[in-house]
Unconditional design. Structure first.
Length: 263
């Protein structure tokens, strides 16, 4: 099984389990490698679903605990960093605060709107689906072009609650894939989408095919917020990757990548 590089910890206030439980679950799932990429802190209080900057030492402790439990299994240390316009300086500072193995870039906010938060779902009606998609994908492309991230998270997260414009969606996918390809970043297949309203992985097949054609490398991740979610639906994700033409995935260490075949 591929590495699972998108896993959270209770420091983000909406995940559960101990470091040892995540490691044990990874073993059961047959993963060769794991990486934690919890929601990164902001310079000051921002919302209630991320660690605080002063909690970073606790995060380092968590990683140390996981490594002690993991024995030979590599445990990578990463962050899932929110892309916010004007947030570049803080992201750069964070990048220098530890020897991260990779950084995941995510778009969860359109301006002040946390669009993937069920509590803010109503705002899709205010924006309209097309406008929400326009804004989301513009931010996604911008985040990739910043070249601050090794992996771009859950590419079509904007579909989470099932909001999708009618017709061929490639008019949004194409510029986004071009931006990722130009940046050299990888994307992830994120299996968590299967368990949301939209009931499919991120990204959709046409996006994945475009990414493959453009030479964008891949990772396969669960976005686990509990030990039972580690490596979830990876067999199906590997099948999806192969169906899109992928035959390899990336591993990361010290922000350097290695290509490994998809078995
Ligand atoms: Zn989360
Ligand atoms: Zn995310």
């Amino acid at each position: 099984m591929p590495a699972d590089y998108h896993m959270h910890t209770p420091l983000c206030r909406h995940a559960s389990g101990t470091a040892a439980e995540y490691v044990a679950a990874a073993r059961v799932a047959g993963l060769a490698e794991i990486g934690f990429s919890d929601h990164s802190p902001m310079p000051s209080y921002y919302d209630d679903w991320r660690m605080l900057a002063e909690e970073l030492p606790l995060y380092f402790d968590w990683i140390a605990e996981a490594r002690a439990a993991a024995g030979d299994m590599p445990v990578r240390m990463a962050l899932e960093v929110d892309w916010l316009e004007g947030g570049e300086a803080w992201t750069e500072e964070l990048a220098g605060r530890a020897s991260w193995d990779y950084l995941i870039g995510s778009v969860h906010y359109i301006g002040a709107w946390n669009f993937d938060n069920p509590a803010d779902k109503q705002k899709f009606s205010d924006f309209g689906t097309e406008e929400a998609w326009d804004r989301y994908w513009a931010l996604f492309a911008q985040a990739a072009r910043s070249r601050m991230f090794d992996i771009m998270a859950h590419p079509d997260l904007i579909k989470k609650f099932g909001h999708r414009p009618a017709g061929d969606l490639r008019r949004w996918y194409e510029p986004a894939v071009a931006a990722v390809a130009e940046s050299g970043a990888a994307i992830e297949i994120n299996t968590a989408g299967l368990f949301k309203d939209v009931a499919e992985m991120y990204p959709a097949m046409p996006f994945l095919q475009l990414a493959r054609e453009a030479g964008v490398p891949l990772t396969i991740n669960s976005d686990a917020h509990a030990p039972a979610e580690v490596g979830r639906s990876f067999t199906a994700a590997v099948e999806l990757a192969k169906a899109a033409g992928y035959d390899s995935v990336l591993r990361f260490a010290g922000r350097q990548r290695t290509v490994v075949p998809l078995s």
